[in-house]
Design a binder for this molecule. Structure first.
Ligand code: ADE
Ligand code: ZN
Length: 318
């Protein structure tokens, strides 16, 4: 492992759930999750739509603040083992009590307690409230209200995940405006399944970060704009390769984006789904592009610059 302290900005909490944890919850609750796991006990999916289906089926056994708090602790422990000192994780009111504000507050209180404890153990974290694009703008509004009402502590941002082909970023403008007014940082998945226009549309929401953003590489003018505006790309190369966006690591555009002056960072997205870890991402970047400590130090510096935590936490982590 490199000695560079790692910052992870793009990690879906449910997507980081170890399959064994989901299986044990399903057994406790006598829930049938056939179709979710393969014979070896790993998540079983084929293409992106199927990934989303399996993701949502696995998530359905998580019920209530206690399950979600146990999950956050497991995930942060595993990130710490991977050398992370700061993690931002996507959390979705739409999965946690159906974007009902009292239920949401209970989830945030439970996460905040775990996060404070893990902070004392050397790993800081924040949550990014993440509406699901294919659940539609109306549910996103309710999530944004949950975000705004719990802003300021552990909840530090608003994002947008799910099927990028389902609706335009502009359809979610109300939610992003609501979150901005509450002082939250803004990011949006874009340029994963759709091309450069999707990234431009996401920038129109006033985000400072883009989740993935890799398809910007198809438009040199957009790449220049991203570099000039200092927009941070939350790049998850292992996810992109596993989902078939790129056939292999050497074809992935992360190095070309970095060479063009874009602020690229590295995250794992949904590690057990994509058979990855932070260490594997770094090792494969080293193999594919010859990246070493100075490159990793630079991208982690950019990641901390772009983190949605307060300035005091950022200074403490520098
Ligand atoms: N939710 C979890 N992983 C995702 C991804 N890679 N893209 C969009 N939504 C997601
Ligand atoms: Zn993602």
């Amino acid at each position: 492992m490199t000695s560079v302290p790692r910052i992870e900005l793009h990690l879906h909490l449910e997507g980081a759930a170890p399959p064994a944890f989901i299986r044990s919850l399903a057994a406790e609750k006598r829930r049938d999750l056939s179709g979710v796991f393969d014979a070896a006990g790993n998540y079983r999916w084929t293409v992106f739509r199927d990934f989303l289906r399996v993701y949502e089926a696995a998530t359905s056994v998580l019920a209530g603040p206690e399950d979600y708090a146990r999950l956050l602790r497991l995930v942060l422990e595993s990130c710490a083992e991977q050398g992370a000192i700061y993690v931002e994780t996507f959390v979705s009111p739409e999965f946690c009590g159906g974007a009902d504000l009292p239920a949401w507050r209970e989830h945030v209180a439970a996460w905040s307690e775990v996060a404070a404890d893990m902070d004392r153990q050397g790993i800081a974290s924040r949550g990014i409230v993440t509406p699901i694009r294919h659940f539609g703008p109306e549910k996103a509004r309710r999530s944004a209200i949950c975000a705004a009402e719990t802003a300021g502590g552990w909840i530090a941002g608003l994002g947008l995940a799910g099927a990028e082909t389902a609706g335009k970023p502009q359809d979610f403008a109300w939610s992003f405006d609501c979150a901005r007014e509450a002082g939250l940082g803004l990011t949006c998945h874009a340029g994963e399944w759709c091309g450069p226009q999707s990234v431009r549309d996401a920038l129109g929401l006033g985000v400072t970060r883009i989740g993935h953003g890799v398809r910007a590489i198809d438009d040199p003018a957009l790449v220049r704009d991203l570099a000039e505006q200092g927009v941070t790309l939350e790049v998850c190369p292992g996810s992109n390769v596993a989902l078939g966006l790129y056939p292999d690591w050497p074809s992935h555009p992360i190095a070309r984006l970095a060479d063009a002056g874009c602020r690229v960072t590295v995250s794992t997205d949904d590690p057990p789904f994509f058979d990855t870890t932070l260490s594997r991402e770094y090792d494969r970047l080293a193999d594919a592009f010859g990246w070493g400590e100075p490159d990793f130090a630079r991208l982690n510096h950019w990641a901390l610059d772009a983190a949605f935590c307060d300035a005091a936490t950022r200074d403490r982590l520098r």
